[in-house]
Design a protein. Structure first.
Length: 359
């Protein structure tokens, strides 16, 4: 029995010269060529294929695809803590329901993490459309995909999404769609501070946190910073002293690279890691090794209120000394106490939005 075909769509799986040029049949080229328009078309085409759940990890920036998914009432967007989980969840959903489970990655680094989960689904011939977003065509290729094509605008999306879903079901396997979304970034004078519930003017700002860490760590400390918005404000406000080392994962900017390797390399030096709560899934696995080896790494975890997880309780379940800080008046004392311990420690800091527009 042939796979389902959405309404008003041809049944051919061969890409015609017109489609290759980005002009599908019976479609004019008068579509508004913007990232928002591209994302909207993709979401509408997924709806035609009865997609009602999409799994993914939010990025630092306002991604047009995520925004379009959250505006669509008929699709539920499930935000996860690790891209690999998004792929596993999409595969499980497809197996249990018979409907297409879709997973997305919102930047190049996320796409690389997504591949780990997709490889398992590919071995089991599970039909999954995987959508990755990139800037300047950076998205890595998927060697095990049964279909792979790039979308550069809404006209492409009208046809490519259909071809991807049909290929995933017909072969079956992984259909990879790569989207180039050159989303304009906010200018500083356009920034409006995020309004958060139950927050007062006595909130912890990125600049204050960076200054407090600089003041508290030792002169020969090793500081490792995870990628994303945390790297931006750290490099802008960090004042390293002679003898200190600042380690940043700039390329490929993979989250969770911080421990326990640093204290093993420098056993007699203070090792501090600055991460955000998006990276906690990978981080907790590393911290369990730090506990086992009794490596005194200190992790400052920035919680931006996107998740309801109590990371202090989670860390305590691993046997890690855990601290929480929400007010600037207590930050110095919490850091001083946590950094003085001889065992692994996690300091959860509730951070206000930064003036760059990122959390």
């Amino acid at each position: 029995m042939p796979p389902p075909i959405p309404p008003d769509t041809t049944a051919t799986t061969n890409i015609s010269p017109a489609i290759s040029a980005g002009i599908p049949p019976n479609t004019t080229a008068s579509v508004n060529i913007t990232p928002d328009a591209t994302a909207t078309v993709i979401v509408e085409k997924l709806t035609e294929w009865n997609v009602d759940v999409v799994f993914g990890l939010d990025s630092d920036n306002d991604n047009p695809l995520v925004q379009a998914l959250m505006k669509k009432d008929s699709i539920r967007y499930i935000s996860v803590h690790h891209e690999r989980s998004a792929a596993f969840m999409a595969a499980s959903f497809t197996k249990c329901t018979g409907n297409l489970g879709v997973c997305i990655a919102t930047n190049c680094t996320s796409a690389e993490q997504l591949l780990k989960g997709l490889a398992d689904a590919a071995r089991e011939a599970t039909p999954i459309p995987a959508i990755t977003c990139a800037v300047d065509h950076e998205t890595p290729r998927t060697p095990f995909a049964v279909f792979e094509q790039e979308i550069t605008g809404p006209i492409d999306a009208l046809t490519v999404v259909d071809l991807a879903c049909r290929s995933a079901l017909h072969t079956p396997g992984i259909a990879h769609i790569s989207i180039t979304l050159d989303t304009p970034q906010r200018q500083p004078d356009e920034y409006q501070p995020a309004k958060r519930p139950n927050r007062t003017d006595a909130a912890i700002w990125p600049q204050y946190l960076a200054a407090a860490i600089c003041h508290q760590i030792k002169d020969d400390a090793i500081l490792a910073v995870d990628p994303g918005a945390r790297m931006i404000f750290s490099t802008n406000h960090w004042r390293t002293r002679t003898g200190q080392i600042l380690v940043i994962a700039n390329a490929p900017a993979t989250p969770g690279f911080l421990c326990p390797g640093r204290p093993l390399a420098w056993p007699n030096r203070q090792c501090v890691a600055l991460v955000n709560d998006d990276d906690s899934a990978t981080l907790m696995d590393d911290l369990s090794a730090a506990v086992y080896c009794q490596l005194p790494v200190k992790v400052i975890l920035i919680k931006d209120s996107l998740y309801s997880i109590d990371f202090t309780k989670l860390a305590a379940s691993y046997g890690i000394d855990a601290y929480a800080c929400e007010q600037p008046g207590e930050l110095h004392s919490v850091l001083r106490h946590a950094l003085a311990t001889k065992s692994p420690a996690l300091i959860e800091v509730g951070l206000e939005a930064s003036p760059t527009g990122n959390g």
